[in-house]
Design a protein around this ligand. Structure first.
Ligand SMILES: *[C@@H]1O[C@H](CO)[C@@H](O)[C@H](O)[C@H]1NC(C)=O
Length: 337
């Protein structure tokens, strides 16, 4: 009995420790997550590197339609530095159509790199990471009462992944979040932001996306996420990216540690399929192959043209000869040939 109590105690302590402390690098870094959070060592983990030449085109995939994103109510939204990311709470009036069930929004958050180094997104397309990534987390509210309940069930969650790259201009939608970061520099600080058009955080064009079964990208890594990663990217300015990379701390107080490089490495795809809502010509032929194909078609056309010309000339000569003989016999002069 004493042994049993002790075992319980130890399990509880381990669980509590696991529940509190994980990082991306170092002794509690991502390689060590499975020790405290077994699901992190599972076979259906996220993020993944999406290889265009091995995705499955699925013409049946319905368009993904965000609803209520344009005007998320009138109440201010909570913005929270949780030590791992900056997270914005979202009301359940935001929901998604185009998935097997209706998923309502709960929160969104970001992943990024650090100043001066490339990378920062979690998902990659053809082994290419972008500067940052936005995740909008939804749960199946028809089947489950809360996000935390749904988070442990297969396809309980639906997350939208938006790759973010650096563009020329300031993205005003992202500024609704980024302009408040200085108010929540330390872990566990919160502020509230006025509601804004959340749809504008997404790329303008939502038609091209990837769909696969995966997991939370942070402990406890539950394998409960139906992922949608958009092919088109959102753009923020270099100044905005640097604000994201240089403002937040992962610690409550001194010593302050910058909250940077909060992205997980791509996980093995294993047996899983990745579906795409679109076909890209470039996924079938590389640029070199396309060039070869183009030159081939051109040369082919020229050969055909030459052949037609030669044959036409031959026919014309033959006709001319026939006409000449006609001229000799009929005595009628003709030069029309
Ligand atoms: C996800 O897994 C479920 C259950 O195995 C399966 O029915 C569904 O087709 C999978 N979806 C995708 C996008 O792979």
């Amino acid at each position: 009995m004493l042994f049993f109590t002790l075992l319980l105690e130890v399990t509880w302590i381990l669980a509590a420790d696991g529940g509190q402390h994980w990082t991306y690098k170092g002794p509690h870094g991502q390689d060590h997550w499975p020790a405290s959070y077994p699901d992190c060592g599972g076979s259906d983990q996220s993020p993944i590197n999406i290889q265009m030449d091995s995705v499955t085109f699925d013409p049946e995939l319905p368009a993904l339609e965000p609803h209520g994103y344009d005007q998320p109510g009138t109440e201010p939204l909570d913005l929270h530095n949780n030590g791992h990311t900056v997270q914005l709470s979202l009301p359940p009036t935001l929901y998604l159509d185009g998935l097997p069930r209706r998923y309502v929004a709960a929160q969104l958050h970001l992943h990024w790199g650090q100043k001066g180094s490339p990378g920062g997104s979690e998902h990659q397309i053809n082994s290419e990471a972008t500067a940052a990534e936005l995740h909008i987390v939804h749960y199946d509210a028809d089947s489950y009462d809360s996000l935390s309940e749904a988070a442990q069930k297969p396809q309980g969650l639906a997350v939208l992944g938006i790759l973010i790259e650096v563009g020329e201009t300031k993205n005003l939608a992202y500024e609704h979040i980024l302009s408040h970061l200085h108010e929540i520099r330390h872990k566990d600080q919160k502020t509230s932001v006025p509601p804004f058009n959340v749809r504008e955080l997404l790329p303008p064009e939502l038609g091209q996306f990837f769909r696969y079964n995966g997991s939370l990208t942070t402990p406890p890594c539950y394998q409960s996420v139906l992922w949608t990663v958009f092919n088109r990217r959102a753009q923020i300015s270099m100044g905005q990216l640097e604000n994201l990379q240089e403002t937040l701390f992962s610690t409550e107080e001194e010593p302050s540690e910058l909250l940077v490089l909060n992205y997980r490495d791509p996980q093995p795809l294993n047996h899983r399929a990745v579906f795409a809502s679109f076909i890209e010509v470039g996924s079938i032929y590389t640029t070199g192959e396309m060039l070869g194909l183009g030159v081939g078609i051109l040369v082919g056309c020229l050969c055909l043209l030459l052949a037609v010309f030669l044959i036409a000339r031959k026919i014309r000569k033959k006709r001319l000869r026939n006409r000449k003989s006609v001229v000799f016999t009929s005595g009628r002069a003709t030069t029309e040939a």
